[in-house]
Design a binder for this molecule. Structure first.
Ligand SMILES: [Mg+2]
Length: 228
């Protein structure tokens, strides 16, 4: 059994900046200041890590203790922007076909590995109609740990807890749009597939030596070959 772990932002969907606006509003409410508006600066980082870096005067423990309240505020901000997300956001090219293909493969489970907190990840997938393809119970989220590189362990543990399948990092494929996604997969011996639909180009991503790089997910045969 293989576990495919898709990144969300810049890989499956682009929120049109709406999610970033919602997150900055929630950060201002909870912690007093918003994060930077630069997509590259926090691409591939977990929400927790972004909050920690934006608020060096707060302890990571304080931030961790506030995470549930932050998630609630973030969800409320996103819900208020539901219509805007629908008009400005989009599912990236080829994504529904690729997800549908792997959903019917008996030898594959697919979920997400994302810096988003679990509740926020669920909401983004729901707003873009991608929820039916994703088994959230075996994913890994920014609410699990501040460092993305730690997240594959949570997905492996959840596979063991929720399915009869015992897997290791070598059974995982990480698909993402940033150098942080590649580094996170490599640290666990996972296969890494980079896709240049976020803030990084094919050349930027290739410099980090993923197992495969794609310009986007629009060519299903190329996606299948890259995932291996
Ligand atoms: Mg991403």
């Amino acid at each position: 059994m293989r576990l495919l772990l898709w990144d969300i932002d810049g890989t499956l969907l682009y929120s049109g900046g709406v999610a970033g606006e919602a997150m900055r509003a929630a950060m201002t409410t909870l912690f007093g200041q918003p994060s930077s508006n630069d997509r590259r600066e926090y691409a591939g980082k977990t929400d927790q890590q972004i909050i920690i870096e934006t608020n060096p005067h707060l302890t990571p423990q304080y931030i961790a203790d506030q995470l549930d309240a932050f998630a609630t505020a973030y969800m409320a901000e996103l819900a208020e922007r539901r219509a805007e997300m629908a008009s400005r956001g989009r599912v990236l090219a080829g994504v529904p076909a690729a997800l549908a293909y792997y959903q019917q493969r008996a030898d594959v489970r697919q979920s997400v590995l994302t810096g988003n907190m679990q509740a926020v990840a669920a909401m983004k997938l729901e707003l873009t109609n991608l929820s039916p393809y994703i088994d959230m119970s075996v994913g890994a989220y920014g609410s699990d740990h501040a460092k993305r590189v730690e997240l594959p362990r949570y997905a492996i543990e959840r596979m063991h807890a929720h399915t009869p399948h015992r897997i290791t990092g070598a059974d995982i494929v990480i698909i993402g749009d940033t150098p942080n996604d590649i580094a996170c997969g490599k640290a666990h011996g996972a296969r890494t597939v980079a896709v240049a639909t976020g803030p990084f180009s094919v050349a930027d991503l290739a410099a980090h030596a993923p197992d495969a790089v794609l310009p986007d997910l629009s060519d299903l045969d190329a996606v299948i070959a890259a995932i291996g």
